[in-house]
Design a protein around this ligand. Structure first.
Ligand SMILES: [Zn+2]
Ligand SMILES: [Zn+2]
Length: 123
């Protein structure tokens, strides 16, 4: 049995998700977790999309708070301004791990795509 992605390589195992045959390189690629690069790519792409939409939503909320704060400041006091800055700052801090995770996912998605492309996989 040959690897699904690297047609010249002998398979050493199969993907636990889709059942495709994996060569030693494909198996090692996902840390011998029994998941093929294609399934790993799908997993990462889905998480990336989910994270991206929550980052966008949070950014919009932060922008809305900032605008509200400017308006309140104009008609009110500096205390509201500081409160708004604090709230926006907290929102950004909450999203930081997600933003970092998505940077990592993007890198991995590009790496896996490049890896699969080199093997002339048909996905
Ligand atoms: Zn798979
Ligand atoms: Zn392979």
């Amino acid at each position: 049995m040959k690897c699904f992605a690297h047609i010249s390589e002998e398979a050493v195992g199969v993907c636990g998700v889709c059942g495709k045959a994996l060569c030693v390189n494909c198996s090692a690629y996902s840390g011998h977790s029994g998941v093929c690069p294609v399934c790993r790519l799908k997993e990462f792409e889905q998480e990336y999309a989910r994270n991206k939409s929550s980052i966008i939503k949070t950014t919009l909320i932060a922008v809305a708070i900032a605008i509200a704060v400017i308006i309140i400041t104009v008609i009110s006091s500096l205390y509201y301004f500081l409160l708004g800055v604090l709230l926006s700052g907290i929102l950004v801090l909450i999203m930081l791990p997600t933003i970092r995770r998505n940077r990592y996912l993007k890198g991995e998605i590009i790496k896996i795509r490049t890896f699969l492309y080199r093997g002339h996989a048909h996905i």
